[in-house]
Design a protein around this ligand. Structure first.
Ligand SMILES: [Zn+2]
Length: 193
């Protein structure tokens, strides 16, 4: 192959790759289905005493969503000392309450603390549970990324397991991104427009 043919072949491969990526991501829905009843622009979050040791990482993950570096989004969150009428609550689990492979988990509740399905109805608040046994085996950057990932669920974002550069990719699926990515940032603007 001469050099011109080589360059042409290389360009063809690059353009095919770019085209392929767009299609691969397109069949993964960005959203779980419903959203936070009160929106994301004036949220309050509570860190239970069990999760106190993760406060620094939780605050960093919150700050990352408030200021993603990709321009404006409606997210604003303030920490409060009680879980009364909060939008997001954090707990740490030290035993076997969560599955052995779960790093952290988000669940959705109505105003009466009844569990709801996020694909079927809006939620009054979300609960994020951190599995201490598992998260402590990961480096700090990944721990913070996991909390940011769970916050994405709390806001209504679905997994993006085919996009390892998305914060919404599960760590077990090869997530390389531990900060909020542009697609997830834009998804919030779409969901809470
Ligand atoms: Zn997840």
């Amino acid at each position: 192959m001469n050099i011109k043919k080589k360059i042409f072949a290389l360009i063809l491969v690059i353009s095919l790759t770019l085209g392929l990526n767009q299609n691969v991501f397109a069949d993964e829905p960005l959203f779980i289905g419903c959203k936070l009843q009160r929106g994301v622009s004036n949220m309050y979050y509570y860190v239970d005493s069990s999760a106190e040791g993760y406060t620094y990482l939780i605050n960093n993950a919150v700050d990352n969503w408030v200021d993603t570096g990709y321009g404006w989004n409606p997210i604003y969150m303030s920490p409060v000392a009680s879980n009364y009428a909060t939008d997001v609550d954090f707990y740490a689990r030290f035993g076997d309450e969560l599955e052995a492979t779960t790093i952290a988990k988000t669940s959705f509740y109505d105003i009466n603390e009844g569990r709801v399905s996020a694909s079927e109805s809006d939620w009054f608040f979300a609960k994020i549970e951190i599995n201490v046994k598992v998260i402590n085996t990961l480096r700090e950057e990944v721990q913070q990324g996991t909390i940011a990932h769970e916050l994405g669920h709390a806001f209504g974002l679905e997994h993006q397991n085919k996009n390892i550069n998305s914060i919404m990719c599960q760590f077990s699926c090869g997530r390389k991104m531990h900060r909020v990515d542009e697609i997830s940032h834009n998804a919030i603007n779409t969901l809470y427009n």
